[in-house]
Design a protein. Structure first.
Length: 278
């Protein structure tokens, strides 16, 4: 989990609700920055329009707080007629409304939902207050840029080193899968997970009651993955444990109330943490 910030208690929620009704996994090429946005790279700051596949940029794992250089695996150019201007310190960051920023105490928040007074997370581990947020509507669309980062899917923008998500993961969510009212119905449809394996819910079954999710969201072909039984037990134990970022709650209870999309993305990263997926 990310360390530092205003206080340990505030450095919370791995993937909190993006209040815009947009699923992170549909945002490739749609969440972007203006061409002169500076990116923290191996060779110093580089304008985002000059970022190329193979470049090494600074990234951070939100689950562990580990920082390091990660390779750019894809670049995107898009157009927009709407910008959000976020004023942090003495800098203006121009981005599209849906680009996720890490806000201390909230988690990932779409740029258009950030408010003055929020504190964005920096490479240094500190939180820096947002002075102002403004929308700008353009008469003519302009080019905007984004890129995908291997492994952690995050990078740092501007000379303030503000932490953002690249929103380029290719995992689907249950919005397009086949849903069932019960787990038994889902297992019958899916068949055997394979010898020594068990069907694992990416968003846990407990969240039907804890978060009020529809059973067809949980018992959904896109929310289920075959995992070996030993790893499945370890993951269940992790959700039952209390972590530094959960404020005295179990991970399961800490997740309760967060959006399905947020919990799905968290579940994907837990699977990566335990080596189920890369």
């Amino acid at each position: 989990m990310i360390k530092g910030g205003v206080s340990r208690e505030q450095v919370a929620r791995y993937l909190a609700v993006l209040t815009a009704t947009i699923i992170l996994t549909t945002l490739i090429g749609k969440v972007c920055f203006t061409e002169d946005t500076l990116i923290k790279t191996e060779d110093g700051y580089k304008e985002i329009k000059d970022i190329e596949v193979g470049d090494l940029v600074y990234s951070e794992d939100p689950l562990t707080g580990e920082k390091g250089l990660k390779r750019v695996t894809n670049v995107f150019v898009n157009e927009t007629s709407v910008l959000v201007k976020i004023y942090v310190g003495d800098e203006e960051i121009e981005t599209t409304p849906t680009h996720p920023f890490w806000v201390i105490g909230k988690g990932w928040v779409a740029a258009g939902d950030i408010e003055a007074g929020d504190k964005v997370y920096l490479y240094s581990g500190e939180g820096r207050e947002v002075k102002e947020v403004r929308f700008e509507y353009l008469d003519t669309p302009i080019k905007v840029y984004n890129f995908e980062v291997e492994d952690w899917h995050t990078y740092f923008v501007s000379e303030q080193d503000v932490f953002v998500h690249n929103s380029c993961k290719g995992k689907g969510t249950s919005s397009t899968g086949q849903g069932f009212k019960t787990f038994n119905e889902a297992k019958k449809a899916l068949g055997s997970p394979g010898e020594g394996n068990a069907w694992h819910h990416i968003v846990e079954q407990s969240q039907i009651k804890k978060s009020g999710f529809d059973p067809t969201q949980i018992h959904n072909t896109n929310n289920l993955i075959a995992v070996d039984k030993a790893t499945h037990a370890k993951i269940s134990g992790y959700y039952s444990s209390k972590q530094a970022f959960t404020g005295g709650k179990t991970v399961r209870d800490w997740l309760a109330g967060q959006s399905f999309e947020a919990q799905f993305e968290f579940g994907i990263d837990v699977l990566k943490k335990f080596g189920v997926i890369k």
